[in-house]
Design a protein around this ligand. Structure first.
Ligand code: SAH
Length: 219
């Protein structure tokens, strides 16, 4: 049985301030993003034995062969979303739940999908312990969430081989979909803006490294 240490100390806060400075140097400027990263204890999402790695700007293994995204990647994607308070956001790939909580700190109303049952259960439990209650779904992110659509923003946190059509269709007009696309070791961060019912504008935003977006939920 592993556990996470759910206490936040001045040491942790100091490490977060340092991490945030590092992210500013790397080009993150959105004040709401930086404030959320400074506030949310990232070590809550790590097993106690690995908590000392929580404030390095690196991805880290979590359960079920998955990773908690690198803080820079979380900050970059959150900034690219241009989130406003109260917006409805669909997140594909709950994973550790860290990105989920960052977006909630920024005032988003979150719907998050995870395909790994083990992770889904673990993260649901953790998030309720630390006081976050997003709408969480065990399912296949390729399909989106038809019954709750449309969304102001959609964020995919796993590398997709292509852009799933249902996600584009579940976006509001004026909405933004952010998705890392590519099948190799690295993926290109793509922003899709829905300009009208039938018109989408697509722009690239640099190369990143994600675990793959896999088809269908596991058992
Ligand atoms: N935002 C997360 C990133 C986790 S890694 C964090 O910071 O912790 C990506 C996650 O996407 C993994 O948990 C993986 O299981 C999940 N995933 C992969 N394919 C998926 C799919 N089709 N639907 C939903 N989740 C998926």
């Amino acid at each position: 049985m592993t556990s996470n240490q759910l206490t936040d100390t001045y040491l942790h806060k100091g490490l977060r301030t340092k991490l945030v400075k590092e992210l500013i140097e790397k080009g993150i400027s959105d004040k709401n993003v930086l404030a959320a990263l400074e506030k949310l204890p990232r070590h809550y999402f790590f097993n106690t034995a690995f908590a000392k790695f929580a404030y390095e700007d690196k991805a880290f293994p979590i359960a079920a062969g998955q990773t908690i995204s690198q803080p820079y990647t979380v900050a970059f994607q959150s900034q690219l979303l241009e989130l406003k308070k109260g917006e409805k956001v669909l997140e594909i790939g709950t994973g550790s739940g860290y990105q989920t909580c960052i977006l909630m700190e920024m005032g988003a109303k979150i719907f998050s999908i995870e395909r790994q049952k083990e992770l889904f259960d673990k993260t649901k439990n953790l998030l309720s312990q630390i006081g976050y209650s997003p709408k969480m779904f065990y399912g296949d992110g390729y399909k989106g969430l038809e019954s709750y659509a449309p969304f102001d923003k959609i964020l995919v946190t796993a590398g997709a081989p292509f852009i799933p059509e249902p996600l584009k269709q579940q976006l509001k007009i004026g909405g933004r979909l952010i998705i890392p696309v590519g099948e190799g070791d690295t993926q290109e961060m793509i922003l899709i803006e829905r300009v009208s019912e039938s018109e989408f504008r697509q722009t690239p935003h640099g190369m990143f490294r994600f675990v793959p977006l896999l088809a269908e939920k596991n058992k």
